[in-house]
Write a protein that binds this ligand. Structure first.
Ligand code: BES
Ligand code: MN
Ligand code: ZN
Length: 491
């Protein structure tokens, strides 16, 4: 499928399916739209009236038409109120169009949408992102592809001639999002610490990044007792993965992005019980998925910033070698941790990853982790939690997420709650009381970052969707990639 700008005026465009974006309260067809409708013998006007189409955001109507030399199908899509238009509205409306076009077996789709913010590049990028994200289909584990037969071959963006670069930018970002989706959706017998390391290797080779993999012995030398404690019951070797993107010239800033990389979380000896969602715990590398997806995108975009992409990848399993509840681990900054719950393993792996990132001397660290069910209880499935003591990085992330259309909400890092992690025998416990569980998890992480500005994103909810929503289909969403890319590009 190829997305391209089109120079053709609306009335001269040729292709089998034309999609028109309309604003709420402005569905009366005027100008070129009225002329087009005349060509189709007024069927659009009739349909709008009959269906009482009001162009509510993302609502669609479809019809077959005759009268034009090539156009056989028309999709009308609502864009909501003109004054409320956002790039995200266009992304989602384009996704709605793409879904209808796919269902109706369109081959050559043309989209005629109004500009957002008078910005042709941003408009083209949003439409290209929305269509491609919506058309993503994961057939890896099906013996027969689900989308056999007629496929969309070309998508023309009308009125957006000259916007090839914006479309390329969308392609680069979408390739990162779809990598994250594939990594998260693949089960734990497919995506292991080993295959995550191989994926990092493939990104490094394809896009020219540096890669360092620390094996178990290397991690031992660095004193990563917290990460290795989690890893010790797995039959698979842990992999501490570190990809580096360096710009051609001098880097303006140095950043680190860390992703929780639990390729499966059984809970350990505090095994996940009934109703705990153990069967979905392949998603517990969603942070790593977003990190590597962002690496793939950033390596192609090539900003003037140095970025380190890090994941301490392992499984949380049970065996005779498993951590006992109550074991005391020592992290690489010398702090000791009483593991009062082996299911709070993500923070243990992140502890050593944060210490490692901090030692790189970066200007800022962001971690993404499917860290707590408590965050899902607090914010629901669609919204990520943002935890940071630093107001500046908080607003950077909020802006990056807002323009990505990825929902995020800042949570308080109430220092007093750290009392819940007091241990009688070690420097801290790894879990506190149930109330405020996502906050104590963040306060735990904070013990492993010195003074570097740092933000933690708890993405346990939004990395996975139960049903189709906008450009996300049920399943892995690739949440976080676009926020990370925006954040890096804004530096
Ligand atoms: N991986 C889970 C968190 C999670 C929950 C991710 C739901 C995705 C969906 C994490 O390792 C975990 O088990 N957290 C525990 C912490 C508790 C033991 C303090 C939880 O949330 O129950
Ligand atoms: Mn767990
Ligand atoms: Zn986990």
């Amino acid at each position: 499928m190829k997305i391209q700008p089109s120079d053709a005026p609306l009335l001269n465009w040729t292709g089998d399916t034309l999609a028109l974006g309309l604003f709420e309260d402005a569905v009366a067809l005027t100008g070129d739209l009225a002329k087009l409708d005349q060509l189709f013998a007024g069927v659009l006007k009739e349909l709008i009236a009959e269906e009482e189409f009001t162009a509510k955001a993302y609502s669609t109507i479809f019809t077959r038409v005759t009268g034009s030399s090539s156009i056989r199908k028309v999709i009308l899509v609502g864009l909501g109120k003109a004054e409320a238009l956002k790039a995200e509205t266009l992304r989602r409306a384009a996704a709605a169009v793409a879904r209808v076009a796919k269902k109706q077996k369109s081959k050559n789709l043309g989209l005629s949408f109004p500009l957002w913010n008078n910005d042709s590049a941003a408009t083209a990028q949003a439409i290209a992102e929305g269509t491609q994200l919506a058309l993503f289909q994961d057939n890896r584990f099906k013996s027969e592809p689900e989308d056999k037969g007629i496929k969309i071959e070309t998508i023309d963006l009308l009125g957006l001639s000259g916007q090839e670069a914006a479309i390329t930018r969308a392609d680069q970002i979408v390739s990162g999002v779809n990598l994250a989706r594939e990594l998260v959706a693949a089960p734990a017998n497919e995506v292991t610490p080993i295959t995550l390391a191989e994926t990092a290797q493939a990104i490094a080779t394809e896009h020219g990044l540096q890669l360092q993999i620390l094996e178990r012995e290397d991690c031992e030398k660095l004193g990563m007792g917290a990460f290795l404690g989690v890893a010790q019951a797995s039959e698979l070797p842990p992999k501490f993965i570190h990809l580096t993107y360096k710009p051609q010239g001098t880097a303006k800033r140095k950043l680190a992005i860390i992703g929780k990389g639990l390729t499966f979380d059984s809970g350990g000896l505090n095994i996940k019980g009934a109703g705990s969602g153990i069967e979905i715990m392949k998603i517990d590398m969603g942070g790593a998925g977003a990190t590597f997806g962002a690496a793939k995108a950033i390596a192609q975009i090539k900003p003037d910033v140095e970025v380190h992409f890090i994941s301490a990848a392992t499984e949380n399993m049970i065996s005779g070698h498993a951590m006992h509840p109550g074991d005391i681990l020592k992290a690489s900054n010398g702090k000791t941790i009483e593991v009062n719950n082996t299911d709070a393993e993500g923070r243990l792996t992140l502890a050593d990853a944060l210490v490692y990132a901090d030692k790189l001397g970066v200007d800022a660290i962001v971690d993404l982790a499917t860290l707590t069910g408590a965050c899902v209880v607090a914010l629901g499935e669609d919204i990520g939690g943002l935890f940071t003591p630093d107001d500046a990085i908080a607003s950077q992330i909020e802006q990056a997420a807002e323009s990505a259309g990825e929902k995020i909400w800042r949570m308080p890092m109430e220092e007093k709650y750290f009392e819940g992690l007091k241990s009688g025998i070690a420097d801290m416990k790894n879990t506190g009381p149930r109330p405020g569980g996502s906050i104590t998890a963040s306060l735990f992480l904070k013990q492993f970052v010195k003074d570097t500005p740092w933000a933690h994103l708890d993405v346990a909810g939004p990395v996975w969707a139960d049903k189709d929503n906008g450009y996300n289909s049920a399943g892995a969403t690739g949440y976080g990639v676009r926020t990370l890319v925006n954040w890096v590009l804004a530096q």
